[in-house]
Design a protein around this ligand. Sequence first.
Ligand SMILES: *Cc1c(COP(=O)(O)O)cnc(C)c1O
Length: 369
Amino acid sequence: MTRPVYVTQPYLPPLDEFLPYLQTIWDNGILTNGGPFHQQFERALCEYLDVEHLALFANGTLALVTALQALRITGEVITTPYSFAATAHSLHWNGIKPVFVDICPETLNLDPAKIEAAITPQTTAIMPVHCYGRPCDVDAIERLADNYNLRVIYDAAHAFGVRTERGSILRHGDLSVLSFHATKVFNTFEGGAIVCPDAKTKQRIDHLKNFGFVDEVTVVAPGINGKMSEVNAAFGMLQLRHIDKALARRREIDERYRELLCDVPGIQCLDKRPATFSNHAYFPILVSGPYPLSRDALYQLFREHGIYARRYFYPLISDFPMYRGLPSAGRSNLPVAADAASRVLCLPIFPALGDHDIERIARIIADCQ
Ligand SMILES: *Cc1c(COP(=O)(O)O)cnc(C)c1O
């Protein structure tokens, strides 16, 4: 029996490299509340990601919830149903009504051409997702936001390190939110961040993630506890030393899958992007007509071989019981998203995945011909 292969495996550097960081924390006795590693990690991330300001969080979901509060978003927010639950849940936690808009068949990101029809007098913002770490049409979204005076908060949970010819993808919109969860490209066990363009917004976010405290006796907002601990920040500093190597290996795996799968009838890979335009966080395939198995049958076949591919993103968020009653959640409003959700399968991709496993996975797909 070969060992199971999961869709992802968290990147962990050798343990002995982490021990000196822990020793430092033990020596100075500062465990959280914006300690030295927290400050160091914020500066190092700004530099690595090429952004102006960044506020660390205990996880990406608290960062999304806080991003909406920082901009005082209310009413209705336009978003994608083709994402992880936290995208819409962050709106729900703020008493905001999500309005689902369909996605583009090529990018699987929010379709800018369909946004305008969903705007009402209650609309205050757009929350797109750079799905699988592949950039949204940021220019079209920005034009709409400018025309209708809407704010844009990117759920950039998948987009760590993604750059286009114009620099970091995290520089677009009013705010971008990252996740450093164990399953993501860059992890701090649990963690997240808000990227923002100016110091004043960063300060408001810092207050909101610390109960609204400005100083010992002044509380300016009903803030949450969203702080990242020193252990997580220290681990992030160590991960930064390994991230380029990890991203390079992901790129190789992506290329190998494409070589092995591009000629299989009914198996479609998403368009290849220039090297930095994707961080190869995921390797989705779309299963269609000519392929002899349904997506779910292929998913099951993989499981029988000990390979745990995942159906990201099925079911759609708009099909969850707390959202499916919304007018925008209807199937007829979201045909492209519904089709993608029924055909997508994300194959294992992570730095430790060996060539032998890639070939075994591709053979399982191809041998069904
Ligand atoms: C992982 C993820 C989140 C939530 O991040 P956590 O750090 O797990 O709270 C939000 N949005 C998307 C699209 C995600 O994939």
